[in-house]
Ligand binder design. Structure first.
Ligand SMILES: [Zn+2]
Length: 196
């Protein structure tokens, strides 16, 4: 999965200029190749219609997922990040759901998915932080897994900010966007982070 900034004009100009590298062969660059099916995402204005792209070298096609959404989730990444934040403050899924106006079963599903490999998720973001940042302060484990995950994502955001400046990795500037970009949109996918 290739994640790109939410700004479609920037994506088009990067595609046209051959600036998006192919993750399959890592040598070719991607060119425009139609669009994926559009879908509505709660929390975002208008439908999301991800760009498709094809490698000019190995000819593999890819979907360019904007950093505002996770793969196969009907809610904006920002709302999923808010749920994790509120959970880290010790709030249960029903009260999170009420606060964010999202069905409780949906929030419970996110937390179950994110909760199962919680140490792996924390580790993933810490590796990103260490590999990209300069003098990164690794947050100590706090009390609960959720707080540790949030701290690890925030460390990755800070590290990416140091390295790439405020416009950062493919337009990822907020914790929710970094969460998408760093996981290739797969944070809540069943096979993440054991497979890529
Ligand atoms: Zn390729």
């Amino acid at each position: 999965m290739v994640t790109v900034e939410a700004d479609l004009v920037c994506v088009e100009s990067r595609l046209a200029a051959g600036l998006i590298r192919c993750p399959a062969c890592s040598q070719g660059v991607l060119g425009g190749w139609g669009f994926a099916r559009s879908r509505r995402v709660v929390g975002l204005a208008g439908a999301v219609r991800p760009r498709r792209a094809r490698c000019r070298s190995c000819l593999v096609t890819h979907v360019l997922l904007p950093v505002t959404v996770l793969l196969r989730r009907a809610y904006a990444a920002e709302q999923i990040w808010m749920s994790l934040l509120v959970r880290a403050a010790g709030v249960g899924h029903r009260r999170i759901a009420a606060r964010l106006n999202i069905p409780a079963t949906t929030v419970r599903g996110w937390l179950r998915r994110a909760g199962r490999p919680i140490e792996a998720i924390r580790g993933w973001f810490l590796v990103v932080a260490v590999q990209t940042g300069i003098d990164v302060a690794i947050p100590d484990g706090r009390c609960c897994g959720w707080g540790d995950v949030v701290a690890a994502v925030e460390a990755a955001v800070a590290a990416l900010g140091q390295r790439f400046g405020p416009v950062g990795l493919v337009g990822a500037v907020t914790p929710a966007q970094v969460m998408v970009a760093v996981t290739g949109g797969r944070l809540l996918a069943p096979d993440w982070p054991t497979m890529r």
